[in-house]
Design a protein around this ligand. Structure first.
Ligand code: SPQ
Length: 423
């Protein structure tokens, strides 16, 4: 376990964005012709998506340098001969359900113990309204799901949660519907599906908080270069800000405005971050120059929450090290991620000596208490493992993670890259 307070120095290029990598495989499979993806995230979640589509009859070459997806068009998937396994990936489970709901075959879709606890009613309800035949095998509104393809109708769905997975599942089902499909969200969630579906040739546009898609487009294979994942960059942003004497350049990070809340929050907390080489062609990217800084607590609430939802565990670590109080509200969605990220952050940060109180929709952190090493229970959650690795750099004594391998889900080179920056 890393336990040194060496400053972080030098440059790092982090792996491709997980959300965009999933979508490239899925949309490539539904397109005519070959889709070539570079900087694809070779994390376990995205490999689960590849595995599912191979089982659905799609040929996919993965040479690590690039992925070639030999798409067969909207109606080219084949019935799998076994259960589809989404592993630990909520994105795979929910997005593929929207596609499977419209096929002319039946599938059973499952995942690991964490996935089997995550709520699927949020996609079952709108997909059923569209005409889908989708049931929870154990009757608990969780995976395994049994999906029997059916003719689908266009709907206008008003989602109670800002969720890109719910929105994307409905939009993908909408590709097969008999008319226009609309999804309105309370707050706009990440829009990678909208951007990439349009790029593949779908007729999709947005009006304020509503995404609108027309059915039955001809999708064409594309070349896609996946930007670096801002959710992975977040651990190095935090470590660079928090470990005294650090100065790092994080290269080619996706800064889509529906994902960049971590930057806004880090700047508001007093972080010294400069954006360089900004590029707004397609999914926007920039290099991030991060210098160690004294942080102070802030309130994080409202529309910004969906833009940093996956970064809230590492933001908790920043808040614990900052001066003053940080209040996080409107983040009840944290309870239904790979773990209950409110309870798990409270349990582990308390074990390290921080002052944190969980609330119904977030947490309150009184920053500045000295952290000490502890045994960290990771609850099958990659973001918990990586967040507490960063916390361990700030703590006196040894910190041990229950399962450090969890980083492989979204950031296989995490420990290696961190060690390189500390050499
Ligand atoms: O894929 P999974 O397991 O749901 O992954 C997480 C993560 O932390 O990596 C959530 F736990 O990211 C989700 C994210 O929270 C990925 C995602 C997407 O690619 O569409 C959207 C968000 O989830 P949601 O439920 O808000 O739509």
């Amino acid at each position: 376990m890393l336990n040194k307070k060496n400053p972080l120095k030098g440059e790092v290029t982090i792996p491709g964005d997980k959300s965009i990598s999933h979508r490239a495989v899925m949309f490539g499979a539904l397109a005519e012709g070959t889709t070539e993806v570079t900087n694809f995230l070779q994390g376990a979640d995205c490999l689960s998506t590849i595995d599912c589509f191979r089982k659905l009859g799609i040929e996919i070459d993965n040479t690590k340098e690039r992925i070639l997806i030999h798409g067969k068009g909207l109606h080219g998937l084949k019935a799998p001969s076994c259960v589809l396994d989404a592993g630990n990936s909520g994105t795979t489970t929910r997005l593929i359900s929207g596609i499977l709901a419209a096929q002319d075959f039946e599938t059973t879709l499952t995942g690991d113990a964490s996935i089997q606890k995550r709520p699927m009613r949020r996609i079952m309800e709108p997909l059923s309204m569209m005409g889908a035949d989708i049931t929870s095998v154990n009757g608990n509104d969780c995976a395994p799901l049994h999906i029997k393809g059916a003719p689908l109708h266009g709907i206008h769905y008003h989602s109670k949660v800002a969720s890109a997975q719910v929105k994307s599942a409905i939009l993908l089902a909408g590709l097969y519907a008999d008319g226009e499909t609309r999804v309105t969200e309370p707050t706009i969630s990440r829009n990678h599906s909208e951007i990439m579906l349009r790029y593949f040739g779908a007729d999709i546009h947005t009006e304020d908080k509503t995404a609108i898609i027309q059915p039955n487009p001809l999708l064409h294979g594309q070349k896609i270069t996946v930007p670096g994942d801002i959710s992975s960059a977040a651990y190095f942003i935090a470590a660079g800000l928090l470990v005294p004497g650090s100065e790092i350049l994080i290269k080619n990070v996706g800064i889509n405005p529906t994902r960049d809340g971590i930057l806004k929050v880090a700047l508001s907390m007093g972080g010294n971050i400069t954006l360089l080489n900004e590029n707004y062609d397609g999914e926007p990217t920039a290099d991030l120059l991060v210098k160690s800084s004294e942080l102070h607590g802030i309130t994080i609430e409202g529309n910004i929450i969906p833009t940093l939802i996956d970064e809230l565990p590492i933001i908790n670590i920043m808040a614990a090290a900052a001066k003053g109080t940080t209040v996080i509200k409107d983040a009840a969605e944290l309870k239904v991620k790979e773990s209950n990220r409110i309870d798990v952050m409270v349990e582990n940060l308390t074990a390290m000596g921080a002052d944190i109180t969980g609330t119904d929709d977030g947490m309150i952190i009184e920053g500045g208490k000295p952290l000490h090493g502890a045994f960290i229970k990771t609850y099958m959650d990659h973001r918990i493992a990586m967040s507490f690795t960063v916390a361990s750099l700030l703590a006196d004594g040894e910190t041990t993670l229950e399962d450090k391998e969890l980083a492989n889900i979204s950031f296989p080179t995490f420990y290696h890259d961190l060690e390189m920056l500390q050499k």
